[in-house]
Design a protein. Structure first.
Lengths: 484, 449
């Protein structure tokens, strides 16, 4: 018997019940709704099956059993920073005093929420070298959008309307060019040099008075720190552009270097990466965006402010570019963030990054004789190796290698990204793995490299012990079935 | 050893030494000039706190708030306090859902993927539209994504949006449209609080968008929206609360092209405004232009039914600057929470919640207006929220402050002179009677005419 139960869709589990099991019987008169709503009324029960509670609980528990997650093992997904999420943070976010507050409550009734956000802003300022933060963005890409809209608002406010281009490196996440386009900009891509960092000549050639700004992450998606960073931000500033720091890789540099000191004007955090809030299978996250004094007037409204001893939401922001979602932000996620910042302090955050870089470096050193590492310079919190040797020797490609890793009980790394590297395998172990965990992962990778030579079918046939294997993605996209 | 790190510096040093790397040189790639030189920070303490200290500190902050368990709260305006059965919290608290990433590796993510698929299925059943995505951040950014989608489809850059939209959705939509160089025409609602006047002069609009029930709680005429929009070759877009769709005409049945909305109302705690979950459903024709993740059913190599992320050629990681949106991480766990809520309530439970909310809102409104202390601003059918005006001379700020003394968080003051009051199934008759009695008494005490 398979250890995984079949899980038909919830719609196939229909049983009978009358009304809600969970709420008290109606204790006021029931109006004639057909008369009340008139033409807008829809008679009868919605097309949603009634299912008994134990069947629902078993259904979702059986579904959950089919997921890999951080609490069963290493999740070395490059650029995703899948670190352990401390349990206490969950309890803090669930406190009634927070979870049962309404976004429209008057400021004087939510002083605890506002004080938390006010203090969190100061903590984030300290770590990034910024002057102010907005908590509105709901995730990383949303934070990118807020950052680029800040830059746009700044140029517009100065009447500098000829700037219609954002520069993005070729190794950047797809969200960077997509964000620039959403913010109404053209995208100009610049090349990486032979060390995998920004090619200064390519940057020089891309600069001009049509450039609104640059989007960059440092270290970049190859895990490489760009030693020219201050020069790069100065070059962009000299031509009148501003610099946006993509915080996807902040886990590498906490308390070691700060985007503000590198010359960046604004920055976003993926708190669901760097600051340990759980990823939830694709959110909710939060993407607070910090900026310097220059950009502060343009932050989305409201911002959290303090007058005398009272905290309040300041909507009176004449130069604000507006809102990018409703209410103040993903508050429940920010409570977890705050708890994490408090538990670490400056020294703890320093060690977080030291641990992240040490773990990644250790893995890289253990694997460098078995897999091709395209850039032979020290990397930080993540590194990129490739499946090229295996592909040449045995015909097993990167996908086969990482699917085999599943057989050994690990989540695969990020693959085929960044696009500038063929057969890329991008590994980010994070600081919350032990030496023992790292050795187990390295041993598995080394074993797979041997298997590729001796028995390639082991790789091509992987994974073997999963609920399903190698789904037909082409068929899924060609004739989509999107609902049941 | 700090916080939740499993290794101390000495072990880290030994580990690195075993592969010939010196811990002290680990960050040598950062030039001296870039190094963080600050050692004393404005707010960040040098040392971290122990767990017990963190708990005490944060509990103290939570205790400074007035919460909606201890206080009887009548706020809505886009976020509604419906009951969440205990099982929801327990199921989404499972690490398998909580601590997994976006399901890129289908073999070890079938749990999340099938949950996405079931969420999409529920949304199509509620909206009557055939295609839904795996969720968006919230209703406000969803409204923005909906008009961007309409403009992509129609290749026109002008949209008509009702003033009945939540003001924060409207402002968000305007932010996105400004960036995308899309002109936004805001339509005024009529004396009944409804959008009845639409542009009918030209085919220059990509879409007409309304909210129903609108910001003031009033149910809008979807048939009229569709007739007017399609009459000038524009798409019909509606933002709807999903609980209301248990008893109101579904957008898809009226011929609407894009339905979006905030699904926080499906039992997700209000949590000061987030996390919630936006939904989006569209016609088949618009499927490949939608933003966000989409999960599809397929088969694996052995022919077994399974689920994968699909139609990804729309998305930023493939299409980069030509993607339909930059959205990546969204609100997956909240979609799962809403999915489990719907599974537990079932159709009859959802209907019960919707009917009780509406019945209790109507009961309360009658109590407030029957003796002339308050007047209903718009005398049209509303769902679970209504707008009233007090007699002349009544200071609503003072009224709400006095209510706080009686452990009641009153309705939302709109335009200084009106109150927007929301009621859910959680209210008892006794609570409603007490709130109405206090409102009338405080109104009399202020001597309004």
């Amino acid at each position: 018997m398979s250890r995984y139960k079949d899980t038909p869709l919830i719609f196939e589990l229909e049983t009978c019940h009358e009304g809600s099991r969970y709420i008290r019987p109606l204790d006021v008169p029931k109006p004639d709704f057909a008369e009340w709503f008139g033409d807008a009324y829809r008679e009868g029960k919605p097309n949603i099956p009634d299912v008994d509670e134990i069947s629902v609980v078993r259904h979702f528990t059986n579904l959950s059993a089919k997921n890999y997650h951080v609490e069963v093992g290493t999740y070395p997904l490059g650029s995703c920073t899948m670190k352990y999420n401390p349990k206490v943070n969950e309890d803090m976010a669930a406190l009634t005093g927070f979870a049962a507050t309404h976004p429209m409550q008057p400021d004087e009734t939510v002083q605890g929420n506002l004080e938390l956000l006010y203090h969190l802003e100061k903590l984030l300022n300290d770590v990034t070298g910024m002057a102010a933060y907005t908590f509105q963005p709901a995730a990383g890409a949303h934070g990118e959008l807020a950052g680029i809209l800040l830059i746009r608002a700044y140029h517009e406010d100065r009447g500098d309307t000829k700037r219609d281009t954002i520069i993005v490196p070729d190794a950047a996440h797809g969200t960077n060019p997509a964000t620039a386009a959403m913010a109404g900009y053209k995208v100009r891509e610049i090349k990486s040099n032979e060390f995998g960092t920004v090619d200064l000549e390519s940057l020089e050639a891309a600069l001009g008075d049509d450039v609104a700004g640059l989007m960059l992450t440092n270290p970049n998606t190859l895990g490489l720190y760009d030693g020219n960073i201050e020069k790069i931000t100065r070059m962009v500033h000299d031509c009148g552009g501003l610099c946006y720091y993509d915080g996807a890789n902040l886990n590498a540099i906490l308390m070691h270097a700060r985007p503000g000191d590198m010359g960046f004007d604004c920055v976003h955090w993926n708190v669901h990466k760097t600051l340990s809030t759980p990823h939830g299978g694709g959110g909710p996250g939060a993407g607070p965006v910090g900026c310097n004094k220059l950009l502060e007037p343009y932050l989305p409204r409201p911002v959290v402010a303090k007058k005398d001893d009272m905290y309040y939401l300041d909507f009176d922001r004449p130069k604000s570019f507006g809102m990018i979602r409703s209410f103040v932000g993903t508050f429940g996620v920010l409570v977890r963030t705050y708890a994490y910042m408090l538990s670490n302090g400056a020294k703890g955050l320093y060690e977080v990054s030291e641990g992240a870089v040490a773990n990644s470096t250790y893995l890289r050193e253990r694997l460098k004789d078995y897999y091709n590492i395209p850039f032979d310079t020290p990397s930080m919190h993540e590194f990129v190796m490739t499946g090229e040797w295996q592909k040449k020797e045995s015909g097993c490609n990167t996908l086969d290698i990482v699917k085999r890793l599943i057989d050994y009980g690990f989540h695969p790394p990020t693959v085929y990204f960044p696009l500038v590297v063929q057969e890329a395998i991008m590994i980010e172990p994070t600081e919350t793995e032990t030496w023992r965990d790292l050795d187990a992962l390295a041993d598995a990778f080394i074993k797979i490299a041997e298997e590729a030579k001796e028995d390639p079918e082991l790789l091509k046939g992987a994974p073997r012990y999963t609920p399903i294997a190698r789904p037909d993605e082409t068929a899924a996209a060609r004739d989509p079935i999107l609902a049941g | 050893m700090y916080g939740y790190l499993p290794m101390g510096r000495e072990e880290r040093r030994r580990m690195l030494a075993s592969v010939g790397v010196d811990l002290d040189k680990l960050f040598d790639m950062i030039p001296e000039c870039d190094r963080c030189k600050v050692s004393e920070f404005e707010a960040l303490p040098a040392e971290g706190m122990k767990e017990l200290e963190v708990v005490e500190r944060i509990q103290a902050l939570a205790d400074k708030n007035l919460n909606t368990v201890d206080y009887d709260c009548y706020l809505g305006a886009g976020y509604y306090d419906h009951y969440q059965p205990a099982a929801v919290k327990h199921l989404i608290g499972r690490s398998e859902f909580l601590t997994s990433y976006t399901p890129y590796q289908a073999e070890i993510s079938q749990g999340t993927l099938q949950a996405y698929f079931e969420w999409q299925s529920y949304i199509t059943r509620l909206t009557g539209l055939p295609v839904a995505n795996a969720g968006l951040y919230d209703a406000a950014s969803g409204a923005a994504e909906a008009v961007l989608l309409a403009c992509r489809d129609k290749r026109r850059y002008k949209v008509f949006v009702s003033a009945g939209l939540h003001p924060e959705s409207l402002e968000t939509l305007q932010t996105y449209c400004h960036a995308a160089d899309i002109e936004v025409v805001v339509g005024e609602i009529d004396e009944n609080g409804q959008q009845t006047v639409y542009p009918d002069d030209s085919k220059e609009y990509a879409c007409f968008m309304i909210q129903s029930p609108n910001y003031f709680g009033i149910v809008e005429d979807l048939d009229l929206l569709v007739e007017k929009a399609h009459g000038v070759d524009a798409l019909a877009v509606v933002s709807s609360d999903p609980v209301s769709l248990a008893m109101l005409k579904r957008p898809g049945d009226a011929g609407v092209d894009i339905a979006i909305g905030e699904a926080q109302s499906l039992g997700i705690p209000t949590s000061y405004g987030g996390p919630g979950i936006g939904y989006m459903a569209v016609t088949n024709k618009l499927m490949r232009k939608m933003p966000g993740r989409i999960c599809g059913q397929t088969v694996d190599r052995d022919g077994k039914t399974c689920y994968v992320l699909t139609i990804q050629a729309r998305e930023q990681h493939i299409r980069r600057e030509r993607a339909t949106s930059n959205i990546c991480t969204s609100q997956a766990l909240m979609a799962t929470a809403a999915t489990i809520w719907l599974a537990l309530q079932g159709g009859s439970g959802l209907l019960d919640v919707a009917e009780q909310s509406a019945a209790k809102a109507i009961y309360l409104q009658k109590k407030l207006t029957e003796k002339g202390h308050f007047r209903l601003v718009y005398d049209k059918p509303y769902f679970r929220e209504f707008l009233i005006e007090a007699k002349e001379g009544v200071d609503l700020e003072k009224l709400n402050k006095d209510l706080l003394e009686e452990n009641i968080i009153g309705g939302l003051i709109v335009d200084g002179s009106k109150l927007l009051i929301a009621v859910t199934e959680k209210k008892t008759k006794e609570q409603l009677d007490r709130y109405a009695e206090a409102m009338l008494r405080l109104c009399d005490a202020q001597g309004g005419k």
